[in-house]
Design a protein around this ligand. Structure first.
Ligand code: HAM
Length: 405
């Protein structure tokens, strides 16, 4: 018989990782909730056009990485590769521009990209995504970046770097790309073969080249950040001032490119010093044209998404869970009723459920990190697992009193 396995690039979440994921979602809920971000849910699949129009036809995501299929009526659907386009689709569909702005939401769940799997890169992965839609106030850009950093700090990801830039408007960007192409063509013979052959398709890639000749040329290259229109430059300055006021460090990286087409103005990415090639813990930015692209009124927005698997990888092994409160060494009706009563009073309680000997049960109590063990025999004995002291209890109620302290 064929050995059944999880599909390539997917993962099963086994204990204790499930609990770590829940804890991370809890941190996100608390940190984002205090700033007014409400939980939101959109479908795991959408009309393919949501991503084609939203993320952008020319991106790797749309061209190569989408899990697209037809439903029985022949409609093209796609498993969501990211959250922003779907959230903006929902904002338009439900007329949320009529609500007080900005609308602040966050969403967590599975996302799908058909990428080559490697450490930290999966075909199904989990994101926590936060968005503030309906205002271009720079305090939202700064707030979101700070909330993201606070979540990473509380999750224990350790040292990380925040790279920040501004992309201005699509018009500024288009003019800049032409300027960069002219610049590259003028110094074509100093460039690597690969960069030279892609001047027309992707001139920005030249900034990432390892080739020494290309790197030398790029030191003189024009930067988009120096070409921003005055109001975009002002917006970027305002974002930086707020981050400075909050004491959050960042690097300005004028060559920061993101893999999605919808960005305008602020873009950022956070990288962990603890991870290898796939070091981005998350990233995001402003998308002031996206809602209109999806058929809504002109509406600005800003947000980010964080990779849950990568955050947990950077945070490393969880500290061992504190263990349970009570292990009941005993079986049958009395043990069953007792654990129910203990759980009812708020304690974490387990009983023997695998037919172990008494010795085996005491070992199991140890493995579970039980604070107390209740031995149900002819008498009821309560053992303090810290001191080893054992005491007799006259009744079940007395047990609850003894261990409930
Ligand atoms: P993104 O940079 O494509 O942005 O993804 C955000 C994060 O998701 C990445 O930094 C990474 O941690 C995680 N991630 C992405 N792909 C994978 C993968 N194949 N395996 C594991 N983790 C992955 C977005 O998705 C934008 N929607 C962010 C955004 C929200 N911009 C504005 N609002």
């Amino acid at each position: 018989m064929k050995k059944l396995q999880a599909p390539r690039g997917t993962l099963d979440v086994l204990p204790p990782d499930g609990r770590r994921r829940l804890a991370l979602a809890g941190i996100a809920d608390e940190v984002l909730g205090r700033a007014g971000y409400e939980p939101f849910e959109t479908p795991v699949f959408e009309d393919t056009e949501v991503f084609a129009r939203g993320v952008g036809e020319s991106t790797d995501i749309v061209q190569k990485e989408m899990f697209t299929f037809e439903d029985k009526a022949g409609r093209s659907l796609t498993l969501r590769p990211e959250a922003t386009a779907g959230i903006c689709r929902a904002y338009v569909e439900h007329g949320m521009h009529k609500l007080p702005q900005p609308v602040k939401v966050w969403e967590a769940g599975p996302f799908f990209r058909h990428e080559a799997p490697q450490a930290g890169r999966f075909r199904q992965f989990t994101q926590i995504d936060a968005e503030a839609i309906g205002s271009d106030d720079p305090s939202l850009d700064a707030e979101l970046i700070l909330l993201f950093d606070e979540i990473l700090e509380r999750a224990g990801t350790g040292p990380r770097r925040l790279r920040l830039s501004s992309l201005g408007t699509p018009e500024t960007r288009a003019e800049y790309v032409e300027e960069l192409k002219r610049f590259l063509r003028a110094r074509e013979d100093e460039l690597s073969e690969e960069v030279r052959s892609r001047i027309d398709q992707n001139p920005l890639r030249a900034f990432d080249a390892d080739h020494p000749g290309t790197q030398a040329v790029m030191k003189d290259a024009p930067l988009l950040l120096d070409r921003l229109a005055p109001d975009d430059a002002e917006h970027f300055t305002a974002v930086r001032e707020l981050l400075d006021a909050a004491g959050l460090g960042y690097e300005i990286d004028p060559t920061l490119v993101r893999g999605l087409d919808y960005y305008t103005r602020t873009v950022f990415e956070v990288e962990s010093d603890r991870l290898g090639a796939q070091a981005a813990l998350g990233g995001g930015g402003r998308y002031d044209g996206l809602i209109e692209e999806l058929g809504g009124p002109p509406t600005p927005g800003v947000g980010w998404a964080a990779g849950v698997e990568r955050i947990l990888m950077a945070a490393g092994e969880a500290e061992r869970d504190g263990g349970i409160d009570v292990f009941v060494a005993g079986t049958g009706r009395d043990a069953f009723v007792l654990v129910r009563q203990l759980r009812g009073s708020g304690l974490r309680a387990q009983m023997e459920q695998a037919g172990r000997s008494l010795k085996g049960q005491m070992k199991q109590a140890d493995r579970l990190g039980a604070r107390w063990t209740v031995i149900l025999g002819d008498e009821i004995e309560v053992k303090d697992m810290d001191s080893g002291a054992q005491q007799r209890a006259g009744s079940v109620d007395e047990v609850v009193r003894m261990v409930g302290a």
